[in-house]
Design a protein around this ligand. Structure first.
Ligand code: SF4
Ligand code: SF4
Ligand SMILES: [Zn+2]
Length: 262
């Protein structure tokens, strides 16, 4: 297996994964969505809410705020020594107390663990008018996207086969350059050049428009352009590492089960 990193930022990773099957690429994508643990607000005690939002709407908004935290510091409630009753090892409390007029943002929440905080403090929660108040205590717990989308660490994961373009001798009419929606073909001297092959969408418009059959579009069945994005609760590289680790762990568990059967 080979990995060629194309782009790696705090929230986005793009790389070419070669020497793997489509099912492995899909397993990695699914793992980023469903198997990587993060913290999310799971319970909300509302002490006062005279805002325009119903209690349920307010709780829903709080639940969808991505929280930045080191998930390794927390247990799943169902696996915690407290038996799921709730303790400092399996939950963290964030309080919010605000009075209008003002727009309440995620950054207004105060956490009992300074390492747990909203991934983006500028996320608006509710606009309070004069004398409107919200006083809430939100309880965040560890979970995965398999249980609920609020624990989904990866928000946009996808892959496509690595495109292959073969361009033979042609009369440089330029039709393929015109028709390419990704603008990745250009005329250079007496030939057509591909500028950024990974941007090719495999639409084959260039192939169809060429009267000389000089251009052939195909894909590599064992090479994939993969893209992961996070909502900010963990970094993109942590997401990829955790997702791959989850596949490895589950494969190990399968081996153990098969060994006991043998
Ligand atoms: S459409 Fe065909 S002939 Fe025209 S420039 Fe493209 S490859 Fe060459
Ligand atoms: S297959 Fe589509 S995106 Fe790719 S080079 Fe041809 S026209 Fe452009
Ligand atoms: Zn606990």
């Amino acid at each position: 297996m080979d990995i060629d990193i194309i782009e790696l930022s705090e929230r986005k990773a793009r790389f070419v994964l070669s020497g793997v099957s489509a099912s492995f690429a899909n397993a990695l994508r699914r793992s980023t969505l469903a198997e990587v643990p993060v913290l999310a607000i799971d319970d909300v005690n509302i002490y006062d809410n005279t805002s325009v939002l119903f209690d349920e709407q307010l709780a829903l908004r709080l639940g969808l705020i991505p929280l930045k935290a080191n998930a390794k510091n927390y247990n799943y409630p169902e696996e915690c020594s407290c038996g799921g009753l709730g303790c400092a090892s399996c939950q963290v409390s964030l309080t919010l107390s605000a009075e209008g007029p003002k727009i309440v943002h995620a950054g207004d929440m105060v956490s009992t663990d300074p390492d747990v905080r909203p991934a983006d403090s500028s996320i608006p929660i509710v606009e309070l008018k004069e004398k409107h108040k919200v006083v809430v205590e939100a309880v965040a717990r560890l979970g995965t996207g398999r249980k609920h989308s609020k624990w989904q660490a990866g928000v946009a994961g996808g892959y496509k086969n690595m495109p292959i373009l073969i361009i033979g001798d042609c009369d440089t009419c330029g039709k393929c350059v015109e028709v390419c929606p990704r603008k990745i073909l250009k005329l250079e001297g007496n030939r057509v050049k591909v500028t950024e092959i990974i941007e090719c969408s495999l639409c084959k418009l260039c192939e169809k428009t060429c009267d000389m059959n000089a251009i052939k579009v195909s894909d590599d069945p064992e090479s994939f352009v993969m893209t992961f994005e996070t909502s900010g609760n963990i970094t993109a590289s942590e997401l990829a590492i955790e997702a791959a680790g989850s596949i490895k762990k589950r494969a190990g568990q399968l081996v153990e089960i098969l060994e006991t059967l043998g």
